[in-house]
Design a protein around this ligand. Structure first.
Ligand SMILES: [Zn+2]
Length: 426
């Protein structure tokens, strides 16, 4: 996730906000989800009956970093023009599968060269643009980056973006109320980023869990085409149109994660811009998640090699790895991220579990909440952990559990963001 300060909703905007009827607080106190995808049932757009807020333009970087080349095709009429200009450089009725690469002063699209470093592909029929096997609604911008990379940015209305985020982040089996909660939280996250000044001037969000998972309208998986959104997800967006979370009258960065494993984490233990609503709360609603509890074994020699390299990069020395012991925090509770003390017998260095996880393996250690013990005559380190992800804010598997208990999306959202209000932007 991009870390940045929380954006403020202006008072004039708040004047437009209609407060939803919120049911009395009824709860006692509280990879991310697996992806879905199936054949498309219709091509209906989400824009019908959406609030103005959901028509806000969002810019999503669909390549996680600038690429040497991207695969592009367009299934309908299009125009190429410089970003921010009406001057048409080229147009066509469609474009077959073509490679886009950067040149010294612009782009090469197939055999045609364009001497501009910021190019917009505008279409009259949406969705029709394919980039690297994903089809997107809206337009596409290409930015030539220093070093010769191409950055592809999808530009589309927030409501269309959210229809894909809901399906990309949470399967239909999680339940309608959980998915409505997901839509409210994802909308708040996106609008907070868009309305803040931070970040890259060319895009707002990544299409990955660095921001929120966004697969687009549909995508290819081998020879199959899978849906990145559905009529069900479009309905979720319409049913929650304009609904966002506020804390003390402002939008905030509504962090969320796949599975908290029993306790969500205090937001400011992980994110510098976390507001007080990101409070640690108990949550065993996620206990059916596969990663509610997990175990992993790593060879001690491999851990030693990685830690030596890490501490060297920090200007510290680590000789033979002798022990890794819990120094602070409690992996069984989520109020803070634990710290470990790494010793070679001579010196001891502290390292947070989050850094340790990044250094060792984020795909084997699913969260920073784990204990470590030695097994196999001390040649193996055994990790016992809980949850998947940083555990700040809404727990997606917990939302599923609460949805199954009959909680509404409002109850679910307010459970994970203590003291937050849900309001509907016009
Ligand atoms: Zn949970």
């Amino acid at each position: 996730m991009k870390h940045a300060r929380t954006a403020a909703l202006s008072l004039s905007l708040l004047a437009l906000v209609a407060v939803l009827v919120i049911a009395p607080w009824s709860l006692r106190r509280p990879p991310r989800a697996s992806l879905t995808g199936g054949p498309h049932e219709s091509l209906a757009a989400t824009s019908k009956a959406l609030s103005r807020a959901d028509q806000t333009t969002v810019r999503v970087a669909v390549t996680s970093s600038p690429q040497k080349q991207i695969e592009l095709s367009i299934d309908g009429p299009y125009q190429l023009r410089p970003v921010g200009s009406d001057k048409v450089l080229s147009r066509g009725q469609s474009l077959g599968s073509t490679t886009v690469s950067a040149t010294s002063n612009g782009f090469k699209i197939g055999k045609a060269e364009h001497a501009v470093t910021r190019l917009e592909i505008a279409v009259t029929q949406s969705p029709s643009i394919w980039v690297n096997g994903h089809e997107y609604r809206g337009n596409l911008r290409l930015f030539r980056r220093s070093g010769g990379g191409v950055l592809a940015v999808n530009v589309l209305p927030l409501g269309d973006y959210l229809a894909s985020v809901v399906d990309s982040e949470m399967p239909t089996s999680f339940g309608v109320e959980a998915r409505k909660a997901q839509a409210i939280v994802a909308r708040t996250y996106a609008l907070d980023v868009v309305r803040s000044d931070e970040g890259d001037s060319e895009f707002d969000l990544f299409a990955s869990t660095s921001s929120q998972k966004y697969l687009g309208f549909q995508y290819r998986d081998g020879s199959r085409r899978l849906a990145g959104e559905s009529e069900a997800s479009r309905q979720i967006v319409r049913d929650t149109t304009g609904m966002v979370c506020t804390y003390q009258g402002r939008l905030f960065r509504t962090y969320y994660s796949a599975t908290c494993g029993g306790h969500t984490t205090q937001g400011n233990a992980v994110f510098s811009d976390a507001v007080a609503a990101l409070k640690s709360v108990p949550c065993d609603f996620c206990r059916e998640a596969k990663l509610y509890r997990w175990q992993a074994d790593l060879p001690k020699a491999e851990v030693e090699t990685k830690l030596k390299a890490y501490f060297r990069s920090e200007g510290k020395t680590l000789e033979k790895l002798q022990s890794i012991k819990l120094a602070s925090g409690n992996p069984d509770r989520g109020t803070e991220v634990p710290e470990f003390a790494v010793s070679d017998g001579q010196r001891t260095h502290r390292i947070s579990a989050a850094t340790l996880r990044r250094q060792l393996s984020v795909s084997t250690l699913y969260s920073p909440f784990f204990s470590i013990s030695e097994t196999g005559k001390s040649s193996t380190l055994h990790f016992e952990g809980r949850g998947h992800g940083h555990a700040v804010g809404l727990c997606q598997w917990g939302a599923r559990g609460q949805s199954q208990l009959g909680k509404t999306c409002y109850e679910i959202v307010r459970y994970y963001y203590s003291g937050a209000k849900i309001v509907q932007l016009q």
